[in-house]
Each structure stands twice: as structure tokens, then as C-alpha cells.
Design a protein around this ligand. Sequence first.
Ligand SMILES: [Zn+2]
Length: 334
Amino acid sequence: MDIFSEKEEIDRTNFGRPHCFLLGAGASLAAFPNGDKNGRVLPVMDNFIEVLQLEHYLNRAGYEPPYDNFENIYAELSSKPEHKEIVSELEEVIYQYFEGMELPDEPTLYDHLILSLREKDVIATFNWDPFLFQAAARNNHIKKSPKLFFLHGSVAIGICHNCSLKINVHALCPKCNERTQQSRILYPVTEKNYTDDPFIKNEWDAFRHYLSQGYIFTIFGYGAPVSDVEAVKLLSEAWGKPEDKSLEEIEIIDVLSKEELGNRWEEFIHTHHYRTPENFYVSMSSRHPRRTCEALWECLMMCKPSDEKVEIPKDASFADLYSFINPRIEAEKA
Ligand SMILES: [Zn+2]
């Protein structure tokens, strides 16, 4: 059988359709298992109250340990006008906790992810943390990053309403020199509203637009919890019906079994057109950096699979990582 060689893959840059990535909480956890640069850890819903030390606020509102899941408590609190003050204090504490997070100095999985996709590609995230935005910013001198969308908002994002720009929350608007306004972050209520806030609505509209054109859709670390029924519905409408997706591919990066994941994402998958790598480094982006769509096309349509020897060097320094990726970036310029 003919093989799509590494050399051919590097030289092939003809695909215009995007590879779309969706990141859930599991992606940030996989990228930052030990927390941020200063050891500040990422909470999960089950330890959210303890990690962010919210006990004092909850006690004032009449909650005693053992606490229910934070999502349930927050939903209840925010529906009661008498707790308005405590709710806004809680929101401020949560915002500050995430805003204080910093990328570790060495390359992280998010740097690898950003470098493994092209500007035509898209990453949408449900995570509030600033890591994806910071990783894009620190690699932007190498090549413009894929497009990023923050479906629940992000503490990294500031908005200039004069110029409709989203930029680093700490920077002044490069066009009008005004201070930006913090992006809303969507707190964990059961029925999330994706249309009230203009910024969040724009992020959704843009991601849905790209997803409708996507050739590969990778879902990374997102379990589609029952509280996200509305989100999954919006994504499914944008991606389209499985029967119309005979050329496209779904990739789910998750440790669960292929069968289990196939059932969970059934409404997105055309027959057997899906794969379930157990971690990022054996996923398509790591095996075919910046060439995922080209490699998939060669494999499925031209019957020319790759030999699957490439893998993003997980432990390399920035210098070595850039040497690894550079031939691909040079080929894109040519
Ligand atoms: Zn401006």
C-alpha cells in the first residue's frame, strides 16, 4: 500500500476547511495536572468549594457542610434575590482565583495544541482559565494561532466595545487606547443562557459557523454533562446530521472506551467515522501537526495512510519544539 510520507505531509498545505477543537474541563486538567506556575490548582465541580475556600460565603447564606455540588448551590443561591450580595461576592472570588493563574514557563500541552493547528483551524473552550489564551499569545511570534472562542467566557479576555475587539484583559485597546471591559464568565447554573451576553453570543455564533464547515471535530476532555443539554444541542445543530457527515470525522480524546464514547456522541457520528485516542499525544493533531485535515483526506479518500511515526515532542524545550514544528511552518509560507 502507498504511504503518505512525512515529507509529503509537510509539503501539503492545500486544505481550507477547519479542524475544530472543543475543550472541556478535562483538557485543562490534562494540561495542568499540577496546577499553574505557582501551584494554584484547577478545581473540579466536586472540590470547587474547598479549593476556592468558599465555605465562609456559603455559611453566611445558611449552608452547612457536607455541601452539595457547587453547581446546585450556586443555581439555588442565584435564584434568590435576598442572596444577591453573597452571589456577587462569590463571583468576584471565583473570577479572581482563575484570573491569578499563570502558565508554567516550560511548554505545556496547550502550547502543543496551539502549535499543532493552523490559523484556518478553530479551538473553542468551555474553560474560564486563562491558559489557552496565554499559550496562544506566547507562541504568536512563531505563527498566527488558530481562532479561539470562549463559550463560557474567560478571565483572560477583555473587550473593547468601541472597536468590537477581544484582547488581553490587562491591555489597552490597540485601536482606541481605552481600557477594556472584563468578559462575562458564565457561572455554573443548570440552564445556561448563551444569548443574553453579546460577547458570549458572538463566541457561540462564530464557533457554530466554523463547526458547520469543519472537516474534523475533536472533543477533548468534555463529558457533555446533563447540565449542558443546551450546549450540546447547539453544537449538534451546527455540526449537522450524522447522515450528512459521510466525509467528516469525529475524534474524542478521552480515557473512556470507544463504545461508551460512541454512544455518548452518537448524534454527531456518521456510522464508524470516529476515533477515540486516550490522550492528546496520540491524537491526530500530535501525529499530524498542522496537517490533520490533509492527512485524514489522504488516508480516507486516496487510501494513502501515514506511517504514524510523528508525535509532538512532549518534553522538549521551546527551542526544540520550534525546531520540530518549523519545517511545517516554512512549507506553509512557500
Ligand atoms: Zn477600542
